[in-house]
Design a protein around this ligand. Sequence first.
Ligand SMILES: O=C(O)CCC(=O)C(=O)O
Ligand SMILES: [Fe+2]
Length: 339
Amino acid sequence: MSLVQAAHEAEAAEAFEDIPIIDLKDIDSPDPVVRRALGEAVRDACINVGFFYVKNHGIPGETIERALSASKEFFSLPLEKKMELDIRKTSNFKGYNPVLSSNNDPLNRGDLHEGFEFGWEELQARACDEKRANDGVMAGANVWPTDVPGFRESTLGYYHAAVSLGRKLFPLFALALDLPEDFFDDKTKNSAAIMRVLHYPPQTGPVDDRVIGIGAHTDFEVSQSLCFTILWQEPGIQALQVLNKQNQWIDAPPIPGTLVVNLGDQFARWTNDVFKSTVHRAINRSGVRRYSIPLFFGTDYDVKLEPITSCVSPERPPKYEVVTAGEYVKERLKATYGH
Ligand SMILES: O=C(O)CCC(=O)C(=O)O
Ligand SMILES: [Fe+2]
């Protein structure tokens, strides 16, 4: 079935498929048939749900643990210390954002989480980091806390592992779109992903529905054009929810050993909405603190998001005007952070 037909069928279906788990153990297989089968699983998930879990993703547990404990230590610093790195002091959206400083859903009062955000940087700091310099609206140095020893190394360690995973996913997305596996190679040369570490304090007592962990949103960030997000969520704590076709929130619980992958707005736009960017939110009513780590993966900022040919047909003409990937991102960031 063609991509366009599959998209029309998915859109006509009443029910919303479950979020599938895709096993990446064969992602490096030399056999193109095996890789194509993986691409097909990705295609189904992208067309039907816009979300999937990946297992056997290759990021060691210790790498995750180190990033998590550094994050916990950072968030436990006094607010004045964290505010020294206030994201609003930078022009490129790096640093700390306190509770209620962001608002993902204009109908809400603010997001009940605090976060710390950074972009590409070599583990061995370099005076001239070309990749970072070419990172469009996000270009510029990261800021790092000095009060948590090893914070930079631990969080960057996870960052680089997740970026490597993201690089391996692009060929699968290409296969899913009936494109050559290397289609994204020359479009993601400087695609410096942005990572956030997030802390959601527990919400106890009566919860004002307008103040939740992260308001209903689709992912649009960040560096340039958000293709997809790789999300680690803390095991054992249910918080993430996905809006289904009947406008009901369904849980996307953490599944041990997996990461969540969800598609972003600009990938949906690029694929003429064949791939879905699905509304989601997080509410932490567990009674304990919850941590998560999304990494937003984009293309180079000067890539033109012309509709991919396999996603266009006479029955599905292009829905969007062509823009470069970087064009609208900063506006969306301004709306979220209010500066
Ligand atoms: O914390 C989560 O589970 C979701 C985070 C998220 O959706 C985001 O940062 O865009
Ligand atoms: Fe999100």
